[in-house]
Design a protein around this ligand. Structure first.
Ligand SMILES: [Zn+2]
Length: 245
């Protein structure tokens, strides 16, 4: 990013540039994030920095309005939580305790749980459960037995799979493995900026919830994962609300 572009970002108070660089104002002695709401300094008094350390080496201090140090901490926390999410995705079948996940994020269990919920929108436990469901579904689709798939997905013994996942699959693992043969399901589909969103439910529970890239037609979403459903009732819902960030 050239100094010219950085200056342009500063003049626009561009929040999307936060985290990419900092700017220091030599006359006031402070350094700021690009989005700082403070009065725009004169270009000739501005220096750009990659990080807080190099700004402070130049004798500048952190601005009290945009708090560049807090923001850096926050970015680091988000990155740590993302790393843990990727770890969970890759190790869904293993024993994942709150203590071990918190250690991985270098946070106390309490702080980890709260930060995780802030960043991801669900608790670590819910995230682990969702990762296990994804693994279970893909193993079942590959043709594994319900017991083996449940074990590989980290659900423990076969009977526990049946206890816990029926409502999440909307059917028994065995029925899911057989492509939903004989199971009636209702779908609701909506075109959204994120693509086609679909929720499928049976009388046992929510069978699926998925999205496809923008441009995909509603009918093609139907059931690549559950190909042998007995009947479908289509319905379009007007709006979905999403939680961003
Ligand atoms: Zn500032």
């Amino acid at each position: 990013m050239s100094d010219e572009l950085k200056w342009e970002a500063v003049t626009k108070r561009d929040a999307a540039s936060d985290g990419k660089f900092l700017y220091g104002v030599i006359t006031s002695g402070v350094y700021c994030r690009p989005s700082c709401p403070s009065r725009l300094p004169l270009r000739k008094n501005v220096r750009f920095y990659d990080d807080a350390t190099s700004a402070e080496r130049d004798g500048l201090r952190a601005c009290r309005r945009c708090r560049p140090l807090d923001a850096t901490m926050k970015d680091r926390l988000i990155e740590r939580i993302r790393t843990v999410c990727r770890y969970i995705d890759d190790h869904a079948g293993e024993r994942l305790t709150l203590a071990s996940l918190s250690r991985r994020a270098h946070l106390s269990a309490f702080h980890f749980q709260r930060t995780f919920k802030d960043v991801v929108g669900i608790t670590p436990k819910q995230y682990v459960e969702a990762a296990r469901m994804r693994t279970l579904k893909s193993k079942l689709r590959e043709g594994q037995s319900a017991t083996d798939a449940g074990y590989d997905a980290g659900f423990g013994s076969g009977s526990r799979v049946y206890e816990r996942v029926d409502t999440r699959l909307g059917m028994t693992p065995k029925q899911y493995r057989e492509g939903g043969k004989g199971v009636a399901i209702s779908y609701a589909v909506s075109e959204t900026p994120l693509g086609v969103m679909m929720i499928g439910a049976t009388d046992r529970g929510c069978a699926s919830c998925s999205s496809t890239p923008p441009g995909t037609s509603c009918s093609s979403v139907s059931s690549s994962s559950i190909p042998r459903l007995r009947s479908r009732r289509w319905q379009t819902i007007a709006t979905f609300s999403f939680r961003h960030g």
